[in-house]
Design a protein around this ligand. Structure first.
Ligand code: UDP
Length: 456
């Protein structure tokens, strides 16, 4: 994004939740604000900290989190969240007090933008009388499904029998009970409900920034506007506004790009389940067999933590590696945005994380959807049923995976999806270009932040 020819005298402080899918959009937002002339400070836990030398335009405040030797796997996430919130509040308050004391030199603190998982920010901001804005890194449809899920819980419609899972929920059609972000057939544990409620609550924040676009989320955004009654700014997709920013926390294997160079256009299925999802040994083998049987070239991200407890690479059978040596490339972590933009990539077998989904449709790449949890269930349904750019897997056995890959990569149905994905790419480009909805919303957001600074 082109940088303004002047610096404002205002600083925006950003506080991401320290996991890849949350850090990425916050860094991108920092870059977008910087291009609009704001000074940017990022308060970042020591755990999973991006390398500050990649971001000379930002000031980093390292927050002591005491997470060394703590179990930070997805299974322990609620404890990680509570630990981070307890440990970071003090250091964050100290930094903010110091920053406010130095406003004459450093510029005025206009507001704090934070991930709503980082609750402590709101406590500190209230104490210091600083305005806050919440950043939503998931789609608005997901938030809407959470609101309805709590209504259903209140009406005692959840838990429900398995036989109801395929039934659609009238308030959020076309979502079915099986697409709800938490399993509708089980009693949901109280700590999960408490966390979800807190995540949905914007507390005293003055506005919400959303990494989405009107063309994707128009109706839920309208509904949520009535629910929250503060300005909502859908200014995404962020990565298109900060295209050159490095955001990976893991080292990227660029060798896969040379491998892609040797493949035919639209021939490769790219396979990745993001940074957090965990599968078991059986699922790993089903995916491997499905890829082998599909006979399509593939690029598969097998990150070391994909398999619970052991290095996934060690579990891939030798005969699978042998059989697919000529047409398969397996790596630990890729430069995903470059991979999706490569002409050889014709489909993405994905967990439907929101960043991955946006990155895929912005390159016109249709998907095979294998959601694992929370927003991914909702996104997968939208990809398949509403936007018609995603294949819903019949099952996650080798037969379903082989069929899904063939449907997307070689069938007429797949061709139609690719065409539709290309149309979506164009629609999203229109949103961020001059006069588009995200473009206008960003202009309004900048004015809004400037007005927050002036009000103090
Ligand atoms: N990603 C990457 N290289 C990989 C796999 C993923 O750079 O090999 C990035 C991807 O581009 C995306 C992020 O990791 O920006 C994953 O975020 P997402 O919301 O899709 O899923 P999560 O990891 O939060 O489940």
């Amino acid at each position: 994004m082109e940088k303004l020819g002047f610096e404002r005298r205002q600083r925006v402080v950003l506080v991401p939740f320290p996991f890849q899918g949350h850090i990425t959009p916050m860094l991108q937002l920092g870059s977008i604000f910087h291009s609009k002339g704001f000074s940017i400070t990022i308060a970042q836990t020591k755990f999973n900290s991006p390398n500050p030398s990649n971001y000379p335009e930002f000031t980093f405040l390292p927050l002591s989190d005491n997470l060394d030797n703590y179990d930070t796997s997805f299974c322990n996430m609620l404890n990680v969240i509570s630990f981070v919130n307890t440990n970071c509040e003090g250091p964050f308050e100290d930094y903010m007090v110091q920053m406010l004391g130095e406003e004459d030199v450093q510029g005025e603190v206009a507001c704090i933008v934070y991930d709503p998982i980082m609750n402590f920010v709101n406590v500190v901001a209230n104490k210091l009388n600083l305005p806050t804005i919440v950043l939503k890194t998931t789609p608005a449809t997901y938030m809407q499904s959470q609101v309805v899920m709590f209504q259903l819980l209140e009406e005692k419609l959840i838990p429900l029998p398995e036989s109801q899972l395929q039934v659609s929920i009238p308030q959020i059609h076309p979502l079915r009970f099986k697409d709800l972000p938490l399993p509708a057939t089980d009693k949901i544990p109280q700590d999960v409900l408490d966390f979800t409620q807190s995540y949905m609550d914007i507390k005293s924040s003055s506005a919400i920034i959303w990494n989405t676009a009107n063309t994707l989320d128009h109706y839920p955004l309208q509904q949520l506007q009535q629910h929250f009654r503060v300005p909502i700014f859908p200014i995404g997709p962020f990565h298109k506004l900060a295209p050159n920013l490095t955001t990976s926390l893991m080292e990227e294997d660029n060798g896969c790009l040379s491998w892609l160079d040797k493949q035919a256009p639209n021939s490769v299925i790219y396979v990745s389940f993001g940074s957090l999802a965990i599968i078991d040994e059986n699922a790993l083998l089903e995916i491997a067999r499905g890829l082998a049987k599909s006979e399509q070239p593939f690029l598969w991200v097998v990150r070391p933590s994909l398999l619970n407890g052991s290095n996934a690479m060690d579990f891939l059978p030798e005969d699978f590696k042998e059989r697919t040596r000529e047409r398969g490339c397996i790596v630990k972590w890729v430069p995903q945005r470059k991979v999706l933009a490569h002409p050889a990539v014709g489909g993405f077998f994905s967990h439907c994380g929101w960043n991955s989904t946006l990155e895929s449709i912005c390159e016109g790449v249709p998907l095979i959807c294998m959601p694992f949890f929370t927003d991914q269930m909702v996104i997968a349904r939208y990809m398949n049923y509403v936007w018609k750019v995603g294949v819903e897997l019949e099952n996650v056995l080798e037969s379903g995976i082989e069929k899904g890959i063939r449907t997307l990569m070689v069938s007429e149905e797949g061709k139609v999806m690719r065409k539709r994905a290309f149309e979506m790419k164009l629609e999203l480009e229109q949103c961020i270009n001059g006069g588009g909805s995200s473009y206008e919303s960003l202009d309004q957001l900048v004015e809004f932040i400037v007005s927050l600074a002036g009000r103090k």
